[in-house]
Design a binder for this molecule. Structure first.
Ligand SMILES: CC(C)(COP(=O)(O)OP(=O)(O)OC[C@H]1O[C@@H](n2cnc3c(N)ncnc32)[C@H](O)[C@@H]1OP(=O)(O)O)[C@@H](O)C(=O)NCCC(=O)NCCS
Length: 201
């Protein structure tokens, strides 16, 4: 399935700027490399870019993901003023195959943007887009993994209607330490779960 590159928006709320989610571009590479210098990124994120060359390789991997329909990564930008946008994070949907019933979401935010709900708002936009785009081809659930010690990520999952599903043992290299699996289902299949389009709790 060829998925057209799209831009997603999270409206401004509680005085916070609106967010724009769009596919990564070459112009984002310096900010990507800067974001990857942060200790929390180095602790929790494995696919990083430590310099410009790695940044370009990382970017190429995201482009291939869009082209092959298995990985949809969005740069998350804060719209501060009409012509001013700054990179505040990444939100990604990882599909094992285009017609898979379940897929995985991931995210990070830049150190300076944390604690202002950027990740939940970006994840909500990604979740709504994923179900809107792929439910017709069979997508029923979205999985979210984080390591047990990553309490900030656990909070993001809970705030976005991804309840804890189970605790999973370590399984290197993808999951080097035990973690939580949180799951959000397509609301139509499970009325007990909030509709993905109604926003974070
Ligand atoms: C996890 C992460 C994405 C959360 O993003 P965010 O935009 O800060 O999300 P929120 O603003 O909703 O904050 C989530 C939690 O982070 C913690 N937090 C709050 N302010 C913070 C700050 N200034 N710095 C770090 N963490 C903070 C709080 O526990 C908060 O939960 P609360 O809202 O119940 O108080 C971000 O911390 C991050 O990118 N960490 C490094 C990469 C990572 O862990 N990615 C996820 C891998 S599974």
């Amino acid at each position: 399935m060829i998925v057209p590159a799209v831009a997603l928006r999270a409206p401004s709320s509680a005085g916070l700027p609106a967010l724009l989610l769009r596919p990564w571009r070459e112009e984002d590479v310096p900010a990507l490399v800067e974001a990857c210098r942060d200790p929390a990124m180095r602790r929790w994120i494995h696919q990083r870019a430590d310099d410009g060359a790695e940044g370009l390789r990382w970017l190429e991997e995201q482009r291939r993901g869009w082209a092959s329909g298995v990985r949809f990564a969005f740069a998350v930008l804060e719209e501060e003023a009409a012509a001013s946008r700054r990179l505040v994070g990444n939100a990604v949907l990882k599909m094992p195959r285009p017609d898979a019933p379940s897929s995985e979401v991931g995210y990070w935010t830049t150190a300076h943007a944390r604690g202002r709900g950027v990740a939940p708002r970006a994840l909500e936009a990604l979740t709504a887009w994923a179900f809107d785009t792929f439910a017709a081809s069979g997508l029923e659930r979205l999985d979210l993994f984080h390591q047990l010690a990553n309490e900030a990520s656990c909070r993001v999952a809970e705030k976005c209607g991804y309840p804890l599903h189970t605790t999973v043992p370590a399984s290197p290299p993808a999951h080097p330490a035990p973690g939580h699996l949180h799951v959000r289902r397509l609301a139509a299949l499970d009325p007990a779960v909030p509709d993905p389009r109604t926003g974070c709790r």
